[in-house]
Ligand binder design. Structure first.
Ligand SMILES: [Zn+2]
Length: 401
C-alpha cells in the first residue's frame, strides 16, 4: 500500500471520527462520539502519566482582561493572533496560551522554597487566529487543546526538571511507537522580551542538559518563543513524515513580568524559574498524526470500538446479546451487527471500520458456549471460551499493545 496516500481526513470520515463544517468555520473540527472516545483516552493516559510524575492539575478561564496580556507581553508580541472581545467597556481576549492563569494560581498564596518545584498541568483549550488558507484537517486548527503544564522551580532544580520532562516525553512517545525522535534547540528570536544576559543563561542551561544527557540536537537559531529558548521534539510517524510535537521552554521573563516570588532558604525573596512544556503539543493535531500513523488501525486500547459481535442467524441473536453484555461489564467497547445480511458482508463492514476483534456467534458456538474470533490478521480462532478472550483483551488494553 502506498503510504503517501494516507490522509487523516479521509480515514476520519470513513471511521466517523470527526468532521469539519464550513458553516461552523475552518479550523474548527467537530469530534463525533468515536473520535471523542480516542481524545478522552489520550487525555486520561496523559493525566495518569503526569500524576505518576508528580504533577497537579488546575482549571482556568478561557478569556482574560487585556490587562493580563499587557503584563504577559502578548499584547505587543502576539496580538494579531488573538481573538479580542469586549465585556462591558473593557477589552478581553480569548487565551492563546494557558500560562497567565497558572501564574495567577501560583500567586494566589505565598510560596517558599519548600513548595517548589510545582508542576501544574492543564489540558487547556486555547484559540489562535490563523489565516483560513493555512488551516487543514486536524493539523492546523483554530481551537487547540494543549496538554500544557508549567513548572515553577528554583535555579537549582531547573536541570533536573528538564531531564524529568525529557524522560516523560520520550516514554510517552514510545507507547505510540514513536521511537525515532529528533531534538532541536531554538534560540532568541528577533521579537523577544528580556535582556540578552538572561537569554544566554537560559540557552546555556538547555544546551548543558542536552549535552549531559548525550542527546544529539540541531540548533535552530532565532526560533525560540518570545519569552525564552526551547527544546523541540520531532517525531517520525510510520509513513515517514516528521512532526514537531513536544516542546520545553525555559522562561525567566514571565515570572518577572508577573512578579512571582518565593521565600528562599536565606529568608529573602527570590524569583522562580518557569518551564512551559507540552508533550502531545495540540491534542487535535496529535490525534490527526495518530490516525495517519496507524492508518486508522488503532491499537486495541485506543480503538473506539474494540469488538464487534456478529450473529450468524437470527436464532443466535439471544446468545450474541449475552456475549455482548458480558464484555461490556468489563468496560470493553463492543458494538453489534445483528442484521440479516450475509456473513461475508458483515465481516467486510467490520473490517472497513478497522475493529480489532470480530466475534461470530453461530449455532456451534452457542451449543458449546464458545466464540469464533477473527483478529486483524484475518485468521479465525474457534472454540475460544468467553472468559479466556476477556482475560486476553483486558491484558492487551492494560499493556497498551
Ligand atoms: Zn506557557
Amino acid at each position: 500500500m502506498d503510504m503517501t496516500e494516507v490522509d487523516h481526513r479521509k480515514i476520519g470520515k470513513q471511521l466517523d471520527l470527526f468532521s469539519i463544517n464550513e458553516d461552523a468555520g475552518p479550523g474548527l473540527p467537530l469530534f463525533h462520539p468515536k473520535g471523542t472516545i480516542i481524545l478522552n483516552i489520550l487525555r486520561d493516559f496523559w493525566e495518569e502519566e503526569h500524576k505518576k510524575a508528580g504533577y497537579v492539575f488546575v482549571n482556568t478561564p478561557n478569556i482574560y482582561k487585556s490587562n493580563t496580556w499587557q503584563i504577559s507581553g502578548h499584547w505587543d508580541y502576539f496580538k494579531e493572533n488573538m481573538f479580542i472581545t469586549k465585556k462591558e467597556d473593557e477589552e478581553y481576549a480569548i487565551k492563546p496560551m494557558n500560562c497567565p492563569g497558572h501564574m495567577f494560581i501560583y500567586k494566589s498564596s505565598k510560596k517558599s522554597y519548600r513548595d517548589l518545584p510545582i508542576r501544574m498541568g492543564e489540558m487547556g483549550t486555547v484559540y489562535r487566529n490563523e489565516l483560513s488558507g493555512n488551516l487543514t484537517g486536524l493539523f492546523r486548527v483554530v481551537k487547540i487543546t494543549q496538554d500544557d503544564a508549567h513548572i515553577f522551580c528554583t535555579e537549582n532544580q531547573v536541570e533536573s526538571e528538564i531531564i524529568r520532562i525529557i524522560d516523560l516525553t520520550l516514554s510517552m512517545y514510545k507507547v505510540f511507537g514513536f521511537k525515532d525522535v529528533k531534538i532541536e534547540l531554538s534560540t532568541k528570536p528577533e521579537k523577544a522580551v528580556g535582556s540578552n544576559e538572561i537569554w544566554e543563561m537560559a540557552e546555556g542551561i538547555l544546551k548543558k542538559v542536552l549535552e549531559e544527557k548525550k542527546m544529539k540536537y540541531e540548533l535552530n537559531e532565532g526560533d525560540g518563543a518570545f519569552y525564552g529558548p526551547k527544546i523541540d521534539f520531532h517525531i517520525k510517524d510510520s509513513t515517514g513524515k516528521t512532526w514537531q510535537c513536544g516542546t520545553i521552554q525555559l522562561d525567566f521573563n514571565l515570572p518577572e513580568r508577573f512578579n512571582l516570588k518565593y521565600a528562599g532558604e536565606d529568608n529573602t525573596e527570590h524569583q522562580p524559574i518557569m518551564i512551559h512544556r507540552v508533550i502531545y503539543g495540540a491534542l487535535e493535531r496529535f490525534f490527526g498524526i495518530l490516525i495517519e500513523h496507524y492508518n486508522g488501525d488503532f491499537p486495541t486500547w485506543l480503538a473506539p470500538v474494540q469488538v464487534r459481535i456478529l450473529s450468524f442467524t437470527d436464532r443466535n441473536i439471544e446468545y450474541s446479546k449475552k456475549i455482548s453484555e458480558g464484555l461490556k461489564k468489563f468496560g470493553i467497547r463492543v458494538d453489534e451487527d445483528y442484521e440479516s445480511n450475509t456473513m461475508s458482508s458483515k465481516v467486510m463492514d467490520a473490517e472497513l471500520q478497522k475493529i480489532p476483534y470480530i466475534i461470530t456467534c453461530g449455532d456451534k458456538e452457542e451449543e458449546k458456549e464458545t466464540l469464533a474470533i477473527r483478529g486483524r490478521n484475518g485468521k479465525v480462532k474457534f472454540n475460544v471460551k468467553p472468559e479466556d478472550f476477556i482475560e486476553q483483551i483486558l491484558e492487551e488494553i492494560k499493556e497498551k499493545k
